[in-house]
Design a protein. Structure first.
Length: 326
């Protein structure tokens, strides 16, 4: 009897130890999962939130490479965060994009602070702040009156600039935009179709610098460098983040009168959408913007314009290379 009782007690003790061990394994497993989640967050990757799936977002963009890339980057980033996302890219110029936003056809699109101040809020080129943060704050106030929120801007600035070939620069000894004045009457300038009416384009060059070109020719934004290369244009309005500037050895003339304002990109979103979408929207935008400096944006544009990848492919590469998605 004593032996049987001893055996029973021994078996009970072993069973308790076994249960304790199982409990330890379970706790260890839970600890591993928490550690894994913490490690993922520490990498800066976008975290998926299943609650976001009930919010539909339509991300738009204007009609040139950089805009399409930005639109795709934000769309894919929001999708990674769990939102129900679709895109309406290549909408047209800034006025077309704003109309689509205000009309509810899209939820958000990237706009440039300088463009917004000039085209939407009636600020003349000479009155736009040269400080990029001040320019953003002014644009943000303007959008707020339209029930729109301009989220914090990107580090990169995509400004308009006056470009010529090295041969033209050497021929006329051009270093600044002012240097064009004596020879402008001999030169043909190309720019986007809306350039003629914009103070940060032909209109501004006429009013601020007093330039009178031989001829102005409107051209699709995608062809602004090609017309320089082919000799059709003597002068072309380009963006500072265009990859062709470096690869094709173009010369940017110094804006010695400070005509071109800051053009940091800001994602503009409808207030009603932002309220419904919750805090993950601003968090994701902050994560996306962090790596978008001048060099990064120029490289992304190059992959589309020169390497012939699609904006969708390039956006996916950016998010993967920066560790935002896997």
């Amino acid at each position: 009897m004593r032996r049987s009782r001893w055996v029973a007690l021994l078996m009970l003790l072993l069973a308790s130890l076994a249960l304790g061990a199982c409990g330890d394994d379970s706790n260890d497993s839970s600890g591993d999962n928490s550690s894994s989640t913490a490690d993922q967050a520490a990498t800066g990757a976008i975290q998926k939130n299943d609650q976001n799936s009930s919010t539909k977002l339509v991300i738009g963009s204007k009609n040139f490479t950089e805009q399409k890339v930005l639109g795709e980057i934000y769309a894919q980033a929001f999708s990674a965060a769990g939102y129900d996302v679709s895109t309406e890219l290549n909408l047209g110029d800034e006025k077309t994009a704003l109309k689509a936003l205000e009309g509810g056809d899209i939820s958000a699109y990237p706009e440039y602070t300088g463009t917004a101040l000039l085209s939407f809020f009636g600020v003349t080129a000479d009155k736009i702040p040269t400080d990029s943060q001040v320019a953003y704050e002014e644009a943000k106030k303007g959008f707020a009156k339209k029930n729109l929120t301009a989220l914090p801007p990107t580090p990169f600035t995509s400004s308009n600039e006056v470009a010529v070939t090295k041969e033209t620069a050497d021929k006329y000894n051009l270093k600044t935009i002012s240097d064009l004045k004596p020879v402008a009457g001999k030169l043909t300038m190309y720019g986007s179709p809306e350039c003629r009416q914009r103070l940060d384009c032909l209109l501004g060059l006429q009013q601020v610098y007093g330039l009178k070109f031989k001829k102005f020719v409107p051209v699709d934004i995608a062809l602004r460098h090609e017309v320089l290369k082919k000799g059709q244009a003597d002068v072309s309005i380009v963006f500072t983040t265009d990859p062709q500037i470096k690869r094709e050895g173009e010369v940017l003339l110094e804006d010695d009168k400070g005509m071109f304002p800051p053009y940091n990109s800001t994602l503009v979103i409808r207030d009603d959408v932002l309220k419904k979408a919750g805090p993950d929207i601003e968090k994701v935008v902050s994560q996306v913007n962090k790596g978008l400096d001048d060099a990064a944006m120029q490289e992304l544009n190059a992959r589309v314009d020169l390497d012939k990848k699609t904006p969708k492919e390039v956006a996916s590469e950016y998010l993967s290379e920066t560790g935002l998605t896997q």
